[in-house]
Design a protein. Structure first.
Length: 428
């Protein structure tokens, strides 16, 4: 009887052990990094039986008939109505939004400009974070632990921070170079800092708003506005100072910085850093002149323009100029005089002119009844019986004691004077 009971006990124990082994004895996995149950021993691993699955480190009986395995976080599984008995995680940097897929090839790589964090992504990819760019297969949207001057190390090589000179708005597949006329200082820029400063031109990728501060006036970031030009804020190309102006320094910021060509000179080209030359002889050039011979500014009569004239020069009192566009005035010859600088005039009767603007009257006792004459030798002595009492006498006159003036006989009319010589009475 005792033998029968012992035999029965051994049989039941064997049956119980066999039953438990079919579930891998529900042992805890020895390797905590295992993604599939390894639970027979610490130094050997065996996959859970097909009718079990891993949950909390143990092989658990499979889902009921008609259900399937659904993967959740930390590799745990719950039973949901699906069609396949096994699910495998899509790897980090990939995603699958559809049920019923059976191959790792169905896991789609995260597209450029997006990232797919972690494993088993079933949601739509997320946009890459601002300040970074993500290439295909990225699994993080930003790498916050990087230094400003560092590139992303593995495993983040698909996500990189924007470097200085570039910017990356959210969802960037590549870093965008800072456009010409703007600048980007520092890493991880979401947008350019702003426009280049007036007086400077920023190349694409500029890292400063004021490039070209060296002696050469230029560097890889851009350049200072050159002489003869001005550069407005954010400009991508300098503008030339117009004709009639110039600028002899770098860094012009606006049209108002261009200087008018000084009077007496001309500026006939745009973008000049100095006046071209002096105004031509025979002309005068007011400030801002664009030619050496401005048609509206020919030297007028009564003036001279020897060259580099800001304004015409009036003829000296002893000179004249009766033509336009002349470089000098003409000295008045003897026998003539000049009173307004525009013409030469014959010396008048009763006077003599030694030259220039000098005019002298013939002295009393002399007369001169012709024009011209350059000295008092041109004056004649008064004739006998006549008088030349005043200086500048043109013709001798009869002494008043010999003149009788008859009154007009007609009261309503003025008659001319009749000059009559009184006859001397004859001696008896």
């Amino acid at each position: 009887m005792k033998f029968l009971i012992l035999t029965l006990s051994i049989f039941l124990l064997q049956k119980s052990t066999a039953s438990n082994l079919s579930f891998n004895s529900l042992v805890i996995c020895a390797d905590s990094n295992c993604k599939i149950c390894y639970g027979i021993g610490e130094d050997q691993c065996t996959r859970c039986n097909s009718n079990t699955f891993l949950k909390n480190g143990k092989c658990i009986p499979d889902c009921d008939s008609g259900s399937d395995i659904y993967i959740t976080d930390s590799y745990d599984r719950t039973c949901k109505k699906t069609r396949y008995p096994y699910d495998f995680f899509c790897p980090a940097g990939t995603y699958n939004m559809l049920n019923g897929k059976s191959s790792s090839a169905d896991c789609l790589k995260c597209p450029d400009g997006f990232y797919c964090p972690g494993i088993g992504n079933k949601d739509a990819p997320s946009s890459c974070k601002a300040g970074y760019f993500c290439v295909q297969g990225a699994d993080v949207g930003a790498v916050a632990e990087l230094n400003d001057d560092a590139s992303a190390p593995a495993p983040y090589s698909y996500t990189q921070p924007c470097e200085e000179g570039y910017y990356c708005p959210a969802g960037s597949p590549v870093a965008t170079q800072c456009p010409a006329g703007q600048y980007c200082v520092g890493n991880r820029r979401e947008a350019p800092n702003g426009p280049c400063k007036a007086g400077y031109i920023c190349n694409a990728g500029s890292k400063t708003p004021t490039p070209g501060l060296n002696a050469a006036g230029s560097d890889s970031n851009g350049y200072r506005c050159p002489k003869g030009y001005y550069c407005e804020e954010g400009a991508t190309k300098e503008k030339a100072c117009p004709v009639g102006t110039y600028l002899n320094r770098r860094g012009g910021e606006s049209l108002s910085d261009c200087v008018k060509c000084p009077a007496g000179k001309y500026c006939d080209q745009s973008g000049a850093d100095k006046p071209k030359d002096d105004c031509a002889p025979g002309y005068y050039c007011p400030a801002g002149s664009t030619t050496s011979k401005p048609a509206a500014y020919r030297c007028p009569i009564g003036h001279e323009c020897p060259g580099a004239n800001a304004a015409p020069i009036p003829c000296e009192p002893s000179k004249y100029q009766d033509k336009v566009g002349q470089t000098s005035c003409i000295y008045c010859d003897p026998g003539f005089y000049c009173y307004d600088g525009t013409k030469i005039t014959d010396c008048p009767a009763g006077s003599y002119c030694p030259g220039g603007n000098q005019i002298f009257h013939c002295p009393p006792g002399k007369y001169k009844d012709t024009t011209g004459g350059d000295s008092d030798g041109a004056c004649k002595t008064c004739l006998a019986g006549l008088v030349c009492e005043l200086a500048g006498t043109v013709s001798p006159s009869i002494p008043l004691s010999l003149i009788h003036i008859s009154e007009p006989t007609r009261p309503l009319y003025i008659s001319y004077a009749v000059f009559c010589l009184k006859k001397k009475k004859k001696k008896k």
